[in-house]
Design a protein around this ligand. Structure first.
Ligand code: ATP
Ligand code: MG
Length: 429
């Protein structure tokens, strides 16, 4: 009986050649931006104890209520595939005393996250984030730095005009508590007009109602109490200074008083970079300040602010906007055609060239075949030059070099001079 073909899990994607070059390009740009601001990489496991996420993200958030991949391991301990990186990062910092005595840290990480969501364009069950977290820094200057860093990244990627910054403040825990009470009073009197999700959130997570997608709920909120009038002096000042810093460095923003973010742990600054290029999944980067989280996880009160960007969404954007430079998809400089009984010489030559030019990308033809067949492969390879090695060439200690883009006539060179010649041709060497 034929067995059913084994397939990848729904919402979990293979990243194939053709795509992986774009990922590498994207990651290199992000790393460049992070390096230019002096951030350090941290790598955490993808599995953690379940209660780490319950305690940090919050029991009544979408993630913890319905999106986590949770299972018992063989010892019966409840583990979860990380749905985001902030909780793990805080756990690691605490565990290794990276933030003891309010030591400052500016960290980043990259990797897969797992959420049981309905897969669609820009929304997957295994997706990838680059996350940035900073600790021990109170002022709005670090909030501004993070936003400026993302802004410069969009510039590097050539998509700065296609994203816009939504900015809000969630005030302090006290500001929110006072506001929540009044919001709940206002909405409870109109509960019959709320959508189902929002009515449920009235008891569990009322602030989330502010970003309901339901039009009637949104209309109802127009006359609801205005959060910004509940801001205490310190939160207000923090927000004003942040805006002034962004103005000073030329980062434009739109104040969106209904931007509340999905996770429980945010306070003061929150922001999202959104695009219109991707339809419903328009948020490509989101973050904010979470001064309460370290303490919530058992540490000392610690200032913290960070963000995470969704790599799949940003890559979809680069593709939609044709913003991937052509060279990115090109993997080869040289294709080495080796016709006849010349494999040993070809390998020696290839080794010589790779040693002389560490950045050279050279593929040697393997598997035999006549000249015509090998040249066809060379043409398909995308390489700029073919080096031709046959039995006559080996005897004469020569190679022929042919441009695969028709930029020059075929030339002959001695084995020893090929590296030197290539180095003048390949600008990147
Ligand atoms: P959304 O409202 O789109 O569900 P979120 O608020 O749940 O996003 P965060 O937890 O803040 O998202 O994650 C930061 C970023 O990671 C998002 O802005 C998005 O770019 C990306 N992201 C989140 N969930 C997914 C997913 N399931 N698939 C792909 N990218 C995702
Ligand atoms: Mg979500």
């Amino acid at each position: 009986m034929a067995q059913a073909k084994i397939k990848a899990i729904r919402g979990m994607n293979d990243i194939l050649p053709g795509q992986s070059q774009i990922w590498r390009y994207f990651e290199a740009q992000v790393k460049g931006a992070l390096d230019s601001f002096g951030y350090q990489e941290i790598r955490m496991p993808v599995v953690e104890q379940t209660h780490l996420f319950k305690r940090s993200i919050g029991e009544v958030t979408d993630i913890v209520e319905k999106e986590m991949y949770t299972f018992d391991d063989r010892n019966g301990e409840s583990l979860t595939l990380r749905p985001e990186g902030t909780a793990s990062c805080v756990r690691a910092c605490e565990e290794h005393q990276l933030i003891a005595n309010n030591r400052q840290q500016r960290l980043w990480y990259m990797g897969p996250m797992f959420r049981y969501e309905r897969p669609q364009k820009g929304r997957y069950r295994q997706f990838h984030q680059i996350g940035v977290e900073t600790f021990g820094i109170n002022g709005p200057d670090i909030d501004a730095e993070l936003i400026l860093m993302t802004h410069q990244l969009w510039q590097r990627l050539g998509i700065r005009d296609k994203v816009s910054l939504q900015l809000n403040t969630l005030g302090s825990a006290e500001d929110r508590a006072r506001y929540k009470a009044d919001l709940v009073t206002y909405l409870s009197e109109r509960k019959d007009q709320l959508d189902e999700d929002s009515a449920r959130r009235l008891d569990t997570n009322p602030l989330r109602i502010l970003d309901s997608k339901n039009a009637q709920t949104q209309a109802l909120l127009n006359d609801a109490p205005d959060f910004h009038s509940y801001l205490g002096e310190e939160s207000r000042e923090h927000f004003e200074q942040l805006k002034a810093l962004l103005d000073a460095v030329g980062v434009e923003y739109v104040i969106n008083p209904r931007l509340v973010r999905g996770l429980d742990y945010y306070g003061k600054t929150v922001f999202e970079w959104v695009t219109e290029e991707l339809g419903a999944q328009g948020t490509v980067c989101a973050g904010g300040r979470y001064d309460g989280l370290v303490e919530q996880l058992g540490g000392k009160p610690t200032a913290a602010v960070g963000f995470a960007m969704g790599i799949e969404r940003l890559i979809l954007m680069l593709e939609a906007l044709n913003a991937v430079p052509e060279y990115v998809l090109n993997d080869l400089d040289v294709y080495l055609v080796a016709v006849g009984d010349v494999a040993a010489s070809a390998m020696q030559l290839a080794a010589l060239l790779r040693e002389a030019l560490p950045n050279l990308r050279l593929q040697m033809h393997c598997g035999g075949g006549n000249f015509k067949k090998q040249m066809k492969k060379a043409d398909e390879s995308g390489a700029r030059f073919a080096i031709l090695l046959g039995e006559d060439e080996v005897k004469a200690g020569q190679v022929s070099i042919k441009s695969l883009r028709g930029e020059m006539d075929q030339i002959s060179l001695s084995h020893d001079s090929v590296a030197q010649w290539l180095s003048t041709q390949l600008v990147s060497q």
